[in-house]
Ligand binder design. Sequence first.
Ligand SMILES: Nc1ncnc2c1ncn2[C@@H]1O[C@H](COP(=O)(O)OP(=O)(O)OP(=O)(O)O)[C@@H](O)[C@H]1O
Ligand SMILES: [Mg+2]
Length: 868
Amino acid sequence: MDAAARLDDVTRPGPARRDGRPAKNGAEPQPFWSVPVSQGFAELGVSRAGLSSVEAKARLARFGPNEAPTERRKGILRGLLRRLMEPLVALLLIAAVLAGVVGDFVSSGIIAVVVLLSVALETWQEGRAQAAAEALKRSVAMRAAVMRDGIVVEVPVARLVPGDVVELHPGDIVPADGWVVESQSMRVDEAALTGEPYPVEKRLGPSGARTRAEAYDAVFAGGSVLSGAGVMLVAVTGAGATLGAVEASLESEPPPTAFQRGLADLGRLIVRLTILLVAFVIVAQVAFERPLMDAFLFALALAVGVTPELLPMVTTMTLSRGAVRLAERRVICKALPAIHDLGAMDVLCTDKTGTLTEARIELASALDIEGRPSARVLALASAGASLGGDNSPLVKALAAARPAAAEEWRVLCSAPFDFQRRRSSVLAEKAGDRLIIVKGAPEAVLAACRTIKRAGQTRALEDDARLQALRIVDEAAGRGLRCLAVATGTPSPAEEPKLSPADERGLTLEGLCFFADPVKPTSREAIARLAAMGVRIKILSGDAPAVVAHVAREVGLPPSSVLSGDQVAGLSDAALAETAAHVDLFARLEPEQKVRVVRALSATGSTVGFLGDGINDAPAIRAADVGLSVDGATDVARSAADLILLEGDLGVLAEGVQEGRRTHANILKYIRMATSSNFGNMISMAIASVALPFLPLAPAQVLLNNLLYDVSEAGIPYDSVDPDEARAPHGWDIARIYRFTLVMGLLSSAFDLASFAILRLLLEAPEASFQTAWFIESMITQILVVFIIRTSGPFWTRRPHPLLAASSLGALGCAIAVALSPLGALFGFVDPGAPALAAMLLVSFGYLAAAELTKRFAMRPDRRCSTA
Ligand SMILES: Nc1ncnc2c1ncn2[C@@H]1O[C@H](COP(=O)(O)OP(=O)(O)OP(=O)(O)O)[C@@H](O)[C@H]1O
Ligand SMILES: [Mg+2]
C-alpha cells in the first residue's frame, strides 16, 4: 500500500473507516485509535517532525479545511426567496397577479415593483450585516502550534490536516481528533464530548478502548487541556472529527437576553394588532359595499405597512454597525447581542493579572527562610519551569530567571498545577538522587510541610515559624509582590518514577520566590472612566488577599474589605448575593467560586461582565451576562467569551461600553419610530375605513409610503447619541416603550383626523386629491419625526448624523416628487391644489411641534421600573 492509499484508509469514510462511527455497510466501527500511534505515523506518511508545508498545502486541498460544516451563508437568492414566501408578501404578489388578470395592469405592475424593491432592499441590508458579522468571527479564529518543516509554527486551526503534529498546552482547545504522541500528565476536559464530568488523563496507548470516553490514548476536537502538556498526531479533521465541536463552541448562540425577548414580545403584539386591524378594515369595507378587490388589496398593503418587518433587520444592522465601530476600537464581538449587553453592564468583574497589571511578571527575589537570597531556592523552583506544560505567568518568569544550576536537575515526571490544590510538583534527579520539588501558593505549600530548612539544617516546622513565613509573605504582598513557596520531599524508593498530588506531604519548606507584576499605568484612568459611566469594578482573583488589596489601591478602587475563597465557600447563595453586592475584592477564589460570585451578582439584578484570560476564568466568563477576554488569552477563555479585547487594556473596554450604549439608543430610536407611527396609523386607518366614502390611500400608495419610509430609516444605525443616553447603563424598560407608543401614537392619530376633517369637510376633496394630500402629509410627519424623537433634548441642539439626514430628507424628497410629478399618475396621484397642500403643511408642522413638546413626557424613564 502506498502512502496516499494508506492516508485514505485512515482518514476517509469507507468499510475500513476508523473514525469511531458505524460505517454505512453496518460493519463494526473501527476507531482510528484502534491502531497504535506508530502505525498512525506510518499510515499518514509523517514523522514526529511533522509535515512539510508543501505537503500540508496539498492535503488541505484534498481534505478541505478543518471546520465544521456550518450552515453555509444564506445566498442572496435564498434570502430573496425566503422573503417572497413570507405570507404577506406572497399574498401581495398573488394580488398583483389577480389585478393583472382582471385588467388593472397599472396596479398590478406597481404592486409588483414596490414589493420587489422592498424585498431587495431588505435582502441586501441583511447580506451586509451578515458579511460584517462573519468577518468579525474570522478575525478571532483560533490557532494551533503545529510542526511544519520541522519547526513549531502557529497556524489557524482551520488549516490543520491529517498527519499534522500539534503541541497541546494548558488552556488549548483540542483542534481535531488524533492520537496522543506525548503526554506530560496532560489532563483534558471532555465533558462536552463524552459526558464524562471529570478531566481525563491522557497517555500513550494502545488503549484498545471501544468508546471515546475510555480512549486515554486519543484526544478529540473540542476537548480542553486543563493541565500538563502533550503532543498529538491529527487523524481526522473537519466534519469527520468529533462534532466539529471547536466551531460549535465558538459559534453556539447564547440564550436570548431580556432585550431580545422584549423585542420578540413587541413584534408579536404588533402582529396581533395588525391582524385585528386588517379584519376590521375588511369587514367595514364589505359592510359599506365597497369594491372587494380594492378593500382586500388595501388591507394587505396596510398589513405590510404596519408590520415592523424592518425591526429584526434594523436591530441586526445597528448591532453590526456597532460591531464594526467596536472593531475600530479594537474590541471584537463574537455574537451581536453581546454589544447590547455590554452597554447594559453595570458590574464588571475582572481577574487581576494581565487586565489590571502588565502581566510581564518578573522574578524579584528567591529567598531562604532567613530572608537571604538563595541560589538553591531559585534552582529548585526553576527546575521544572521550562517544562513545556506549565505556561502560567509565574512559572514563565521562573523559566526566564533559570540559573545554570537548575540544569543539573533532570525532571523525570510531574504532577501539574491545578487551581484547587494551588501547587505543582516535579520529581527531579541530580547525580542519582531523586527529590520531589513542590511550589505553589504559600498557604497551600505550608499546609503540606512538616519541616523547615534553616541554615542548611532540617528542623521541625513550629507554629511560630509557620506564622513568621506567612508574615514575610504578607508584608511583601502589601507591596504588591506575589509569592510562590518552594518545598522538597523524598520520593518513595520505586524503580519506575511516579508522582501524584498524594506524594505532596511531609515536605520541607526551602524558601520563597517573590514576583513583581506592576500595575498598568492606564488602569487607573480606565477604572475612573468606567466608574463615571456607572460600571462598578470588582476584582475576582486567585491570588492572595494582600496582593489583591494592593492592586486595588494602586488602580484607585474605593476601599473595600476582601472576601476570600474560604469565606465564599462558607456562605449560602443568598448570603453570598447579599455580601457580594457591597464587597469589591475577592481573593484566593477557585474557578467554581468565581462562577458563584458572578451568579450571585447576577441574581441581584445586575448585568454582570467578567473579564479574564486563564483556564480558571473560562467558567466565570461563560456564566457572566457579558463574557470578556483578551487576545492573548487561552483558547478556553477566548472561546467562552462574547467579546474579545484586542488590547488587554481596560480603556478599550470603556470605549466598548460607550459603543454598546450608543447601539442600544439607536435601536430604541427605530423602535420608537416604528411603534408610534404604526400604532397611530392603525387607529387612523380604522377610523378612516368607516368614516370615508373611499379608501384613504390606494393600495399602491400604501406600499410606496412603506418603501420610502423604510429607506428614510436606513441612516439610523449611523446616528450619534445624546451624551446623557450613554451616561448610565441602560435596561430594557418595556413600560417606557409602551407609554411612548401610546402617547405618540394617539398624538399622530389626532393630527391625522384633523387632516381628514380639513380635506373632507372643509375642502371637500375628491378621492384622488384626498389621497395625494394625505400621502404627502403622512410622509412628512412619519419621516421628519425622527429628528424630534432621536433626542430627548430640544431637537435643534442635537445635530443628526449626515447619513440619517440624507436618508430621511432624500426619501421625503422622493415622496413629494413622485406625488406631484407626472410620474404620480401611475400611482393615482393628482394635483391636490394649493389650499390642500398648504393645509397639509400646516397640519404636519403642527404635529411636529406638538411631538417636540410631548416627547419629554413620553420618553421620560418610568420611575417605578427604572433600572438606574
Ligand atoms: N504553575 C503554578 N505552579 C504553582 N503554583 C501556581 C502556579 N500558577 C499559579 N499558582 C498559585 O496559584 C495561585 C492562583 O493562581 P493565579 O494567581 O494565576 O489565579 P488568578 O485568579 O488567575 O489570578 P489573577 O487574578 O492574578 O489572574 C497563584 O497566586 C499562585 O500562588
Ligand atoms: Mg489569571
